[in-house]
Design a protein around this ligand. Structure first.
Ligand code: HEM
Length: 310
């Protein structure tokens, strides 16, 4: 099917990356979009529009393909979903949305749902996996503790990880949490004040103000995390945390991340598998981290490490 080809996957990812790069650039150049008519003449606008069309076209192709299948062969789909021979993972979120709301949900609503999930759920997890791998490469003692834990839980490290293994990987859990404390994939988030907000200092943020929350800054505030705030120390997550709002890699409050549990499970599964098979070693290129902000927090040298088979 056209919309789901490997080529389209790459096209989608490339368009997403280009879109994010430009959106990020623009965030620091507000003068570019004060006047709509001027903004529409900039190369930023052209790149954003081009990539938005690429992403929307690919998702729309998938939506119409699925809608057609359901229309043509609803009975077969029902069988596919519940038959023992078809694994559940082949039934996607889009399938579920169409199954439950197919007659009422519009293509635009589906497009928005799928784009938010695709964009919110992919780079965040991959960036976390990469930062964690870099940290483990630079902290062999911590990596060894993760390896020993994985070995103990799995028994046989050549077998695949199962869902039931994941809650037992407590140290790996702490490692991942400490990794996103130091390197939150979304280092800043924005909110619009829907009413006047009085801060503890007495200052008032008027209704209608756009606010930016510095998650990275909060996670490195010694007031909450102590003087060793810059240190990669997973043990701090084996103890009680400071105030819950001092640790917000998945945001906080009613609009926090809806995928954080799934994200943590998939990351634990990925890292445990990798650590059980490979030793992570530092690369001379990534000797020191050089952070860059590309909507997500990234590493300037593309997270290079070396791997040695165990
Ligand atoms: C380590 C992994 C992840 C991190 C650090 C993360 C972080 C975040 C953050 C900070 C937000 C708030 C963004 C904002 O308000 O501007 C957010 C929202 C969101 N995340 Fe995640 N996320 C992760 C994984 C995932 C996964 C795996 C999914 C989906 C399967 C997902 C889906 C979403 C969605 C749909 C929202 C928007 C929620 C809303 O606006 O109501 N995230 N995430």
């Amino acid at each position: 099917m056209k919309g789901r080809s490997k080529e389209n996957n790459l096209k989608f990812l490339k368009a997403f990356e280009e879109y994010c790069n430009v959106a990020c650039d623009l965030a620091f150049k507000p003068w570019c979009y004060i006047i709509d008519a001027v903004f529409k003449r900039t190369h930023y606008y052209k790149i954003l529009t081009k990539n938005k069309i690429i992403m929307s076209t690919i998702v729309n192709e998938v939506i119409s393909y699925k809608r057609n299948i359901i229309k043509q062969n609803k009975d077969t789909i029902e069988c596919d979903k519940y038959s023992d021979s078809k694994s559940e993972k082949e039934f996607s979120i889009l399938d579920n949305l169409l199954e439950d709301h197919g007659d009422t949900i519009t293509d635009l609503e589906l497009l928005e749902e799928i784009l938010v999930l695709a964009l919110g759920g992919t780079d965040t997890s991959s960036v976390t996996a990469c930062f964690t791998a870099l940290l483990l490469a630079r902290h062999p003692d911590i990596q060894e503790k993760v390896y020993q834990e994985v070995k103990e839980v799995l028994g046989d490290t050549t077998r695949p990880i199962h869902y039931d293994d994941l809650p037992k990987l407590k140290y790996l859990d702490a490692v991942l949490k400490e990794s996103v404390r130091l390197y939150p994939p979304a280092p800043i988030i924005g909110r619009l004040a829907d009413k006047d907000v009085t801060l503890p200092s007495g200052k008032i943020i008027p209704k209608g103000t756009t606010m930016v929350f510095n998650i990275l800054g909060l996670h490195r505030n010694p007031k909450f995390w102590g003087e060793d705030v810059e240190l990669f120390n997973p043990d701090r997550f084996l103890n009680d945390l400071p105030h819950p709002a001092a640790y917000i890699p998945f945001s906080y409050g009613p609009r926090n991340c809806i995928g954080y549990k799934y994200g943590m499970l998939s990351l634990k599964s990925l890292l445990a598998t990798m650590v059980s098979r490979y030793e992570f070693l530092p690369s001379p290129v990534s000797e020191t981290f050089r952070l860059e902000f590309k909507v997500m927090l990234k590493e300037y040298n593309n997270f290079q490490i070396r791997l040695r088979q165990r």
